[in-house]
Design a binder for this molecule. Structure first.
Ligand code: ATP
Length: 434
């Protein structure tokens, strides 16, 4: 059963995963700030992506390129002319919509009036600003709408310095900015977001094979982090949906509370980008194959994911409710690697002798895992809170601990408790969190 949208948004707000941006000033529409738990989880998601896409592979290296790049980049990539969405306005209520996302082309979803839309016009999605103190046409620059172009412009730098041979990939995580016409659905569509992109360069004749390889790999990544395979599907783009650079694209879609929607796009970008940058820059960006003694433009397969969307989907999929002793228990069954807090240390009461031990235990765990020392409210409510934020393990210090130098460790999923000696605690947790 897909989790109800409001339930998950309320939990995210109440527990400090996500806040409305500029909330004290009434909020900025569709901009969000990540709170103490949200930032941990978002970092964990990016870390897992980096681990899977870079660290554990011999054929992919990383990059962190600038947000503001030469406008020539966007000229060459085609973004200046083609990175736009069709915008229509309702003549009755003056709300604006993205035409390709309208359910009914004849009815305004805001006021309900029929046939009130203006002709569609192409709306440029890149944010414009000026470089330096003078505002003029000459120093207009753009905030990058995707991280990919920084990879293409550095293709030769990376290939040369990291001595990469085809096939190989360059990966990057970073902010991207799009002046979306209709942002919405909480953090699903915002105007600034984190992308996790990898450009995998290969011989043109091998592109199709690598495309299918990456489709499988990327679905496997989500499933490996706990998303129910039934809630994921691949959807191939129709001819008329394909971007100007792509020979084939499939989206990894997730069953969001409002229906199937895009988590990640995997595209065969052919040699479009390298060829265009070579033409526009005058630099030879072809790859030289020594053995065959030939020069050619590699093809590129791009898995492009949104870190915020992935985090949102992982949160939704982890949400669970069960009845325990006639009460509803809410549990975030997050993969341990993603859980914002790994261990909560809970003294049974605020008595100084217990606090002294629990503070010492928490301090010893902090260098190893994200640890919370939680001392307020009854122990039952504290367990409930930790279940709700997905903490895999709770370590309780009770009065017996003073005598037997042991603590109780409670498992989030099974609620089973083990008595563990303080000297064995680190080893026990290492095993459980492995
Ligand atoms: P859409 O058609 O929904 O606007 P897109 O197909 O243009 O999206 P891509 O250019 O393929 O999106 O971007 C790759 C990934 O970046 C998306 O799958 C998504 O996870 C993320 N992404 C794109 N736009 C946004 C946004 N406005 N907010 C959050 N994440 C986004």
């Amino acid at each position: 059963m897909p989790t109800d949208f409001d339930t998950i948004v309320n939990l995210a707000k109440k527990r400090g995963f996500v806040f409305q941006s500029s909330e004290i000033y009434g909020g900025l529409r569709s901009a969000y700030d990540y709170g103490p738990l949200g930032v941990e989880m978002l970092r964990n998601v990016k870390e897992q992506w980096w681990h899977a896409m870079v660290r554990t592979r011999g054929d992919v290296v990383g990059l962190d390129s600038a947000v503001i790049q030469s406008p020539a980049v966007w000229e060459a990539s085609g973004h200046l002319t083609s990175f736009s969405d069709p915008l229509v306005e309702c003549r009755n209520c003056h709300n604006r919509f993205r035409e390709d996302k309208l359910e009914d082309l004849h009815q305004c979803p805001s006021c309900g009036k029929r046939d009130t839309f203006t002709e569609a016009r192409q709306f440029q999605l890149m944010f414009k600003t000026n470089l330096g103190p003078i505002e003029s046409e000459e120093n207009v620059v753009f905030l990058r709408p995707e991280t990919a172009q920084g990879i293409f412009t550095n293709f030769d730098n990376v290939r040369r310095t990291a001595r990469m041979k085809l096939p190989f990939g360059i990966a990057q995580i970073g902010k991207a900015f799009r002046n979306e016409i209709t942002p919405g659905q909480f953090v699903f569509r915002t105007r600034e977001f984190d992308q996790m992109e990898m450009e995998f360069f290969c011989r043109p004749e091998e592109a199709e094979e690598w495309f299918h390889y990456w489709l499988d790999e990327r679905v496997r990544w989500y499933v490996g982090l706990g998303i129910d395979a039934q809630h994921l599907r691949l959807r191939a783009h129709d001819e008329d949906e394909l971007s100007h650079y792509a020979a084939a694209t499939e989206d990894v879609e997730y069953l969001f509370p409002w229906g199937w929607d895009e988590l990640e796009g995997i595209a065969n970008r052919t040699d479009f980008d390298l060829r265009r940058h070579a033409e526009h820059s005058g630099k030879d960006l072809r790859y030289y194959d020594q053995e065959a003694n030939e020069r050619f433009f590699p093809y590129v397969i791009e898995p492009s994911a949104g870190a915020n969307r992935a985090t949102f989907a992982l949160l939704i999929d982890a949400y669970d409710e069960e009845t325990v002793r006639d009460e509803t228990r809410v549990v975030l069954r997050l993969d341990k690697r993603l859980a914002p807090i790994k261990v909560a240390v809970l003294p049974l009461s605020k008595k100084p002798e217990l606090m002294e031990v629990s503070e010492r235990v928490a301090a010893s765990l902090r260098p190893l895992w994200a640890t919370e020392h939680d001392v307020t409210q009854s122990i039952g409510r504290r367990y409930r809170r930790q279940d709700e934020i997905g903490t895999p393990l709770c370590v309780t210090v009770d009065f017996d601990s003073l005598g037997d130098q042991a603590v109780t460790v409670r498992d989030r999923d099974t609620m089973e408790q083990d008595r563990v000696g303080l000297d064995a605690l680190q080893g026990y947790l290492t095993e459980k969190l492995a």
